[in-house]
Write a protein that binds this ligand. Structure first.
Ligand code: KG4
Ligand code: ZN
Length: 326
C-alpha cells in the first residue's frame, strides 16, 4: 500500500468545473463552479461546456488548493470518463500538466465510481459488501460493491436514465434545466395519488423510465390534466417506487442489507425517504456530494492510488467507460 495521503481531484465531465482536495481524514476543500451558460438551451451544450471549463479550471484548482492550505498535493487525479469527451479532456489535460509540473503521480478516475463510492466519504460510510444505486443524468445502475474496484452490475436502465426522465418531464412542464431539483420541489406540494402513473419494471433487476415519461406526456394532453405539483408528485412517486422496489429485491437476492446511494438523483427527497422506509441500512451522501463534485473523484482516486494504481501521461478520455473496467 502506498503512503500517499493528499490528493487533488478535478471533475469536468459535464457542466460543473470542480476541484477538491481529499486526504485520509476526508474532504479538505471542495470547490464547484456550475456553468449557467446552458440554461437558455434547455440542456448541456457540449462545445460550450468545454470552453467554459477552460475558462474556469485554473481558478477552481487554485481555490481548492488555497482552501485546503496546501501548495502541492501528493498526487493529482481527474475524471477520465464517462462524460462529454471535450469537457472531460479539459480537466484531464489540466491534471496531467499539474502532475507533470509537480512531479507527482497521476490517475484518471471513472466518474461513476466517484458516485458509487461517495457515501463512503460521509460520517456513516457503508462497509463492503454493499449495494450501490447510482442514479444520475446519464446512468441508472444498481451495483454490488465487494471492494474498491470490485463491482458487479445487478441491474441497469434499458432506456432513459432516471435523471434524464426528471429532466424531460421538467421540460414538458416548462420548468427549465436541470429539471430534477425543480420537479422535486413541486412534488413536495402535490398529491402523489392524484396522477397515478405506471411502474414499469422490465426483466431481472433492470429499470425502464421511457414509458413513464410518455405516460406523463399523455396525461398532460388529456382533458383531466392536473396541476404541475400533482403531475410532479405522481411522476416522482412512480420513479421512486421503481428504484426502491429494485433495491429491496437486490437486498433479498444477495442477502446484503447495506445500500449506498449516489448521483444527482440521490438528492431527491422522495427517493431518500423511500429508501429509508425500507428498513435497510441506508447510506446517503450529503446533498452536495450527490450532484457532480470533485471530492468524490479525489476520494475514489485516493483509494486506487493507495492500492498502487497509476496512469501514464498518455492517458486519454473514455466517453463510455463501465465502472470497474480497466
Ligand atoms: O450526477 P449528476 O450531477 O450529473 C451526471 O453525472 O449526470 O446528475 C444530474 C442529474 C440531472 O438529471 C438532474 O436533473 C438530477 O440529477 N437531479 C435530481 C435532483 N437533483 C439533481 N433529480 C431528482 N431530484 C433532485 N433533487
Ligand atoms: Zn455525475
Amino acid at each position: 500500500m502506498s503512503d500517499l495521503r493528499v490528493v487533488l481531484g478535478l471533475e469536468t465531465s459535464c457542466d460543473e468545473t470542480a476541484a477538491a482536495v481529499v486526504d485520509l481524514d476526508g474532504i479538505r476543500s471542495d470547490v464547484t463552479h456550475s456553468q449557467t451558460i446552458h440554461d437558455t438551451y434547455g440542456g448541456v451544450v457540449p462545445e460550450l461546456a468545454a470552453r467554459a471549463h477552460v475558462e474556469k479550471v485554473s481558478a477552481t484548482v487554485r481555490a481548492a488548493l488555497a482552501q485546503a492550505g496546501i501548495a502541492r498535493p501528493d498526487a493529482v487525479v481527474a475524471t477520465a470518463g464517462p462524460g462529454l469527451v471535450g469537457a472531460v479532456l479539459v480537466g484531464l489535460c489540466q491534471a496531467k500538466a499539474l502532475a507533470a509540473g509537480w512531479d507527482v503521480p497521476f490517475l484518471g478516475v471513472n466518474h461513476l465510481e466517484g458516485h458509487l463510492l461517495s457515501a463512503r466519504l460521509g460520517d456513516d460510510p457503508p462497509d463492503f459488501p454493499f449495494l450501490a444505486l447510482v442514479v444520475s443524468g446519464g446512468h441508472t445502475t444498481l451495483y454490488r460493491a465487494d471492494g474498491v474496484g470490485d463491482y458487479t452490475v445487478l441491474g441497469q436502465t434499458v432506456d432513459d436514465a432516471a435523471g434524464e426522465a426528471f429532466d424531460k418531464v421538467a421540460r414538458m412542464l416548462g420548468l427549465g434545466y436541470p429539471g430534477g431539483p425543480r420537479v422535486d420541489a413541486l412534488a413536495a406540494r402535490g398529491d402523489p395519488q392524484a396522477v397515478v402513473l405506471p411502474r414499469p419494471l422490465p426483466g431481472d433487476l433492470d429499470f425502464s423510465f421511457s414509458g413513464l415519461k410518455t405516460a406523463v406526456r399523455t396525461h398532460l394532453l388529456s382533458a383531466d390534466r392536473r396541476s404541475p405539483e400533482d403531475v410532479c408528485a405522481g411522476f416522482q412517486a412512480a420513479v421512486v417506487d421503481c428504484l426502491v422496489t429494485r433495491v429491496t429485491q437486490a437486498a433479498e437476492r444477495t442477502g446484503i442489507p447495506r445500500v449506498a446511494l449516489g448521483g444527482g438523483v440521490a438528492a431527491n427527497r422522495g427517493l431518500r425517504e423511500g429508501l429509508r422506509a425500507t428498513g435497510l441500512l441506508v447510506h446517503l451522501p450529503s446533498l452536495r456530494l450527490c450532484t457532480d463534485n470533485a471530492a468524490m473523484i479525489a476520494h475514489a482516486g485516493l483509494l486506487r492510488l493507495r492500492a498502487g494504481q497509476r496512469d501514464g501521461l498518455d492517458r486519454t478520455a473514455r466517453p463510455r467507460w463501465p465502472v470497474g473496467a480497466p
